[in-house]
Design a protein around this ligand. Structure first.
Ligand SMILES: [Zn+2]
Length: 227
């Protein structure tokens, strides 16, 4: 199964968009408006707003184990400094604020004053976050709304920046969405055909083999989009 939120940029990679500096966290591609929940109990250390720079609007949480969790590029923040939070408590809504080329969550981990690799916490982030707050930009629900939001978001960015990297980024995002959708459709068709086969429809097994073959091929090609 594809992951709920694709890691769009891993920890430690050197990227042009950051002026060749190391990436101090992981980026999870997610539609704007996704609810972000704390994955541990702790106290809100700071709420930041860097405007169009850095992580934009963000929350820095001191966990009860003494680490810092950094959430960046948020549209809105639902907590204030000094507030106690438990696992699952709402911290805010994801967005595309700060220095960002598309809607995503930047998540950072600071241990003993230095950045550490937060990749091991990604499954917790996927588990606790993910409810989409409110209707999508165009009021369309479900995957179609997600695709529509991406088109609107990225079209708006092209007008502002007109940069080639955004168009490439959009194509990669759109490809990833199509691949994700095809996974679901492929698996569903296979299941239906296998059930039909079990019910006695003689050709169903053969068709399910064909569909599974196509599905596997798309999946294999889709690894390129998954990065
Ligand atoms: Zn990041």
């Amino acid at each position: 199964m594809p992951m709920k939120f694709r890691i769009s940029s891993e920890y430690g990679v050197l990227e042009e968009i950051r002026g060749g500096r190391e990436h101090h966290g992981v980026d999870l591609a997610m539609p704007r408006g996704t609810e972000l929940h704390s994955i541990m109990s702790g106290t809100v250390e700071r709420v930041v707003d860097h405007g169009a720079d850095n992580i934009g609007r963000g929350v820095i949480l001191r966990t009860d184990t003494g680490d810092l969790h950094v959430y960046g590029h948020m549209d809105s923040v639902a907590v204030h400094a000094g507030q106690r939070v438990d696992p699952g408590d709402l911290l805010g809504i994801s967005g595309n604020t700060g220095h960002s080329s598309g809607p995503h969550l930047h998540f950072g981990l600071i241990q003993d004053g230095s950045f550490a690799d937060p990749t091991a916490l990604v499954p917790d982030l996927q588990r606790y976050s993910g409810d989409i707050a409110g209707p999508s930009i165009l009021g369309i629900k479900g995957p179609a709304g997600w695709v529509a939001d991406k088109v609107v978001d990225h079209a708006a960015e092209h007008v502002v920046h007109g940069a080639r990297e955004h168009i490439v980024h959009w194509l990669v995002e759109a490809g990833a969405v199509l691949v994700d959708l095809s996974y679901g459709i492929g698996l569903l068709s296979c299941t239906v055909l296998i059930i039909l086969g079990a019910l006695g429809m003689r050709d169903a097994y053969r068709w399910s083999g064909l569909v599974f073959g196509i599905y596997s091929l798309i999946r294999l090609l889709g690894v390129g989009f998954g990065r």
